[in-house]
Design a protein around this ligand. Sequence first.
Ligand SMILES: [Zn+2]
Length: 258
Amino acid sequence: MQPFLIDTHAHIYLPEFDNDRAAIISNAEAEGVNAIYLPAIDSTTHIAMLETEAAYPCCKSMMGLHPCSVKEDYQKELEVVKDYLSQRNFIAVGEIGLDFYWDRTFEKKQYEAFHQQINSAVLYNLPIVIHSRNAINECIEVVAQYSTLKGIFHCFSGSLHQAEKIMALDFMLGIGGVVTFKNGGLDRVLPHIGLSHIVLETDAPYLAPVPYRGKRNEPAYTRLVAEKIAMLLNSSTDEIAIVTTQNAKNLFGIKENH
Ligand SMILES: [Zn+2]
């Protein structure tokens, strides 16, 4: 039997999958992806996420407010997040972080939301899943202020130096479709850092790996990510699956076979 893969980051609850969600889950299982973790975005999609989780046992929800959803009403959104976290178990607080790609209008509020949600993660002893765009160094600086915090830098595409700083904080690097892109840059980073801090992800429906680049991404493609990493590290896909699945289980505190 081939070793299982975990897609640690997929938004398969979004409308992009409304017509074929069950088929998408079967595709994933056929490729050995037996767990799919769902990062939250904001209150417009929390219900859909929780319904997807309830319908498919392989799916597990996070809870959080995405930095791109931090607007004037962010305090209200944070209350919703805190409410959910107080009511039931989630596998992580995410995705949270900083995104300065489009504009910095809400920079201060993004920092405020990031810190508040980290405090919730500390309170419930949960890992965090970080979204950072044009803000890796800023996110590293924030995370470094908390000694007991653990988590993932989702969709990591930074430099070797940044990867080393993240690993020194004992955070994981979430590697996805970008690793298959011609100018993704990860081919110059991964061979130097090994597997100890790597977990796999797709970020479906975004960032599909080659040869599906530009198309809708789905959790089954986690295998393509594993295959590419195996190539870069002169390893086997099985070995990548075994180690990254164990890394994810350790981080998320998963004990059963999911
Ligand atoms: Zn995401």
